[in-house]
Design a protein around this ligand. Structure first.
Ligand code: BGC
Length: 431
């Protein structure tokens, strides 16, 4: 055995509705793609056709032994017009969730993962003063309908990535560049998370579930920001500032209700604890020497140019445990890499799981991003993150070497010598 998996660590994968489902024309990313704004001119209208192929996909997950699965639901399918709910969409998700449970795969449901119904987008989306009420209304319907069969929830995925790209850099729909909108979005998302956290617990208690049976949090996108030159005071100040604006203030606000600029306190937000686990989406480290961030020249990087730095996950976990309490488990709600040919992903998985298993941290779950290759937002179909290859023309799925390794790790509770020589030995990073 090369190493044994950390005792009790559950392994699975994560996806998002719009990135895999296909077939929906009622969300902002479909329109963005229709306007020709996705780099490779593809559209989430195709994606992985998971809305039709969900049964096969879950069969494959079960065959591979995956224990947990984080997935999203498409708001624009469930509430196609404001206050009009489509029961057939909810029934679709119910059937899928029941099926995954029957196959022994534990579901974690994400309520919001970057995309908005067009009617909400056209009202100003998360900048609108009523956004928290509107989101709550949707979330309540979902929990009423699915709450009895889902124990684990992510309210909002990566408020920082959504907000930065959509309202600050303007590279995602609706392509705005406005600090005041940026502040509104963070503030509304915080209020939405806090209220949804309370609502989910209340509803589930009414369904006869104990408080401990319900796990709610949000998925933070966290990066390590490091001064390019550790001796430079300016670099250190910039790294601290970037981290604060990108992740620290919003994390604190969503987890504890304590709001500091750029997050403003909205109605319904009181100080408290709005998490049952610490959710971390971790991908990379950035070096900072000014306002923009970069990567180390001598670093290994993935096909999107992101540095491969496994210790970052451990560093961030320790930091968050310290700040938010060691009594809370850490769930790695996303971690993965863009490797279009699956040439270094096996090593990536090996190194990351080894780092998790060898250190003393409270990481209890690891959701690899992603199960299948999927629609990678602005990059479209060109950036592959899956442990299962998708041929977008035929929708054929093929388990990659990284998927075979992952499956073997779960079944053997560690990396056997055989798995290492078959999948990891010849898998190497690039500079
Ligand atoms: C997002 C995913 C995305 C992944 C890889 C995360 O920021 O939650 O939707 O596909 O990173 O870029």
């Amino acid at each position: 055995m090369k190493f044994k998996l950390k005792e009790g660590l559950l392994l699975g994968t994560a996806t998002a509705a719009t990135q895999i489902e296909g077939g929906d024309k009622n969300n902002n990313w479909y329109r963005f793609a229709e306007e020709g704004k996705v780099d490779d001119q593809t559209s989430p209208y195709r994606a992985d056709d998971h809305y039709n192929l969900w049964r096969e996909d879950i069969d494959l997950m079960a065959e591979m032994g995956l224990e947990i699965y984080r997935f999203g639901i498409e708001w624009s399918r469930i509430e196609p017009e404001r206050d009009v709910f489509d029961e057939s969409a909810l029934a679709h998700y119910r059937e899928e969730i029941e099926y995954m449970r029957s196959k022994g795969v534990r579901p974690m449901l994400t309520l919001h993962h970057f995309t908005n119904p067009l009617w909400f987008e056209d009202m100003g989306a998360w900048t609108h003063k009523d956004a928290p009420d509107i989101f709550l209304n949707f979330a309540e319907r979902v929990v009423d309908y699915l709450g009895d069969i889902v124990d684990d929830y992510i309210t909002i995925n990566e408020p920082n990535v959504y907000n930065l790209n959509s309202f600050f850099y303007g590279t995602w729909p609706p392509e705005h560049k406005s600090l005041s909108e940026f502040v509104k979005v963070f503030s509304n998302m915080t209020a939405s998370h806090v209220r949804a956290y309370n609502m989910i617990h209340q509803k589930r208690e009414r369904m006869g579930k104990s408080r401990e049976q319900t796990l709610v949090s949000f998925a933070n996108h966290l990066r390590v920001f490091e001064p390019e030159n550790k001796k430079s005071l300016w670099h250190k100040i910039c790294a601290g500032f970037t981290s604060y604006m990108f992740q620290d203030a919003i994390t604190e606000a969503m987890m504890t209700g304590k709001c500091r600029f750029p997050v403003m306190k909205r109605k319904g937000v009181k100080s408290g604890k709005y998490y049952d686990f610490i959710g971390i989406n971790y991908y990379s480290r950035s070096t900072v020497s000014g306002i923009a961030d970069g990567i180390r020249e001598d670093a290994y990087h993935n096909d999107l140019g992101w540095e491969i730095y496994h210790d970052g996950l451990i560093e961030l976990s320790n930091k968050l445990s310290e700040k938010y309490g060691r009594e809370y488990p850490i769930f790695v709600t996303e971690n993965g890499t863009c490797d279009n040919t699956d040439s270094f992903r096996p090593r990536f998985i090996y190194d990351q799981l080894k780092a998790i298993s060898e250190t003393d941290n409270r990481i209890e779950r690891y959701y690899h991003w992603s199960f299948t290759d999927n629609f990678e937002w602005r990059e479209g179909e060109a950036a592959r993150f899956g442990i299962v290859h998708v041929n977008y023309e035929t929708q054929e799925r093929t388990v990659k070497n990284s998927g075979k390794l992952y499956s073997s790790v779960i079944k053997n509770k560690g990396v056997t010598d055989e798995a290492y020589s078959s999948f990891v030995e010849n898998s190497n990073y690039r500079k």
